[in-house]
Structures are given as C-alpha cells and as structure tokens.
Design a protein around this ligand. Sequence first.
Ligand code: NAP
Length: 251
Amino acid sequence: MSTQKVAIVTGAARGIGAATAQRLASDGMAVAVLDLNADSCQDTVDAITKAGGSAIAVGADVSDEAQVIDAVDTVTDKLGAPTVLVNNAGVLRDNLLFKMSVDDWDTVMGVHLRGAFLMSKTCQRHMVDAGWGRIVNLSSTSALGNRGQANYSAAKAGMQGFTKTLAIELGRFGVTANAIAPGFIQTDMTKATAERIGVPFDDFIKACADDTAVKIAGQPEDIANAVSFFAAEAARYVTGQVLYVAGKPMN
Ligand code: NAP
C-alpha cells in the first residue's frame, strides 16, 4: 500500500485551484483535480504529470450531494483515500443588494458554503479513519465586507466560521482545518470583475497592486504556497486559523 497522501482540490481547472493542485503534487501528494467539467481539468493534470507527479481529473458540481459522493468514491478507487481537501471552487454573482436576485444569492451560497460542507462531510470519514487529515478552505478579504458582494462576503465570512467549527470537531482525530483569505489575485475571476466594472485588466491589476503594502499583484502561487504550509505534516498544531494573504495587514 502506497504511503503517498491523496489530496482533492476543488475548482482546480484554473486559477488558484490549478496552482494549488500543482503545488501539492510537487509536495509529493497524488492530486484529484476536481472541477465542474472533467475535460477542463486536463491542462492541470498534464502540468502535474509532465513535472513527474500523479493526478487525475474529476468532474463534479460541489453543490450537488450525489455528484460529490460519486467524485470522492472515484478518487478513493483511483488514487486512495483522500486525507487532504482544499475547498477552493468559487463563483461570483456580484450586484448591489437592491439588484441582487435570489438566484445570485443561492448560487454563491451553493458553491461556496454548501459545496465546502458537502465535500468536507464526505471526505472527513477518510481522514478520521486515517487518524490524520488537512482541510483548507478558501475565504476572502471580502469576508470583511465589500460593496456589491452581499452574497459573496456572507459566504466567505461563513467559510471562516465553518473552518473554526471543523477545527474544534475534528482536531481529536488528527485533522486540522484552516482558512486562507486572499486579497486580489490575478485570475480569470478578477479579470471578469474588471470587465464588469469596465476597467482594463492591466489598470485593475496596477490599482490592486498599488493598494497593497508590498506593491505586488498577488498570483495564484502566493495562495498555493500558503495551502502547502497548512497541508504539511509540520502544521499539526495550527488549526482553526484564518490567514489573510493580501499583501497588507487585514483585520
Ligand atoms: P476562478 O479562476 O474563477 O476558478 C474557480 C474555479 O471553480 C473554476 O474552474 C470554476 O469552474 C470552478 N467552479 C465553479 N463552480 C463550481 C462548482 N459548483 N463545482 C466545482 N467547481 C466549480 O477563481 P479563482 O480566482 O482561482 O478563485 C479560487 C477561489 O479563491 C474561490 O473560492 C474564490 O472565491 C477565492 N478567492 C479568489 C480571489 C481572487 O482575487 N482571485 C480572492 C479571494 C478569494 P468553471 O470555470 O467551469 O466555472
């Protein structure tokens, strides 16, 4: 039986999830690259295998219970029991409160909160059985409030409470749970935000970098590095934390 750890990264076809999947693979884990459509995961899987790692593509909607159960079963069959889970899948449906539709509210809650709940609930059994596990949830600086994001900021604040509760419940089984709250990260998601507000992406990137203390536009790898820390054996005494990775102090 292989001792290689098995990780699932959701929303890993691109952006932060893709960089995280690659990072965990280079840390020595076998990685299930999970996204809505398995075909969209192929580039991430190819990048991992080309670098000598092992990965599979898995298609599932994290907000659908049956698909989540199927996906985790597939990972268990093909790679082994998953003991590292990164709840990264995410969507934006930004609008001012008075214009926000109930669908836009439900979709964002569904992917972020229901998705993280279903994935964590389904994977925790394997972690408890192994007496070891790592759950890393993607929050956001928007958890502190952000105009046009009543749905997203509520979901991302919810991820923080969810994380702390998992830490309390699962700690005795050797499982830690932590959250990472990124500031601006250069991905398709923030490109879409720039388009929505009518600002050229390069100008948006520059403005976001200027707004940090370090004067840098965050990259997916900046988040992947933080996930790698939380997922490591060495982070066993770190749990229930929210790490802001935003290039400036946040509170
Ligand atoms: P991204 O480039 O938009 O990637 C998100 C991925 O999640 C996409 O591949 C998307 O698939 C997938 N996804 C969406 N709904 C899904 C579902 N129901 N089931 C499975 N996969 C689903 O976003 P990102 O910028 O890398 O963000 C990753 C995470 O970090 C998100 O949770 C986001 O909220 C958070 N975050 C990002 C930033 C930032 O500045 N970029 C800042 C703070 C927090 P499709 O392409 O098929 O829709």
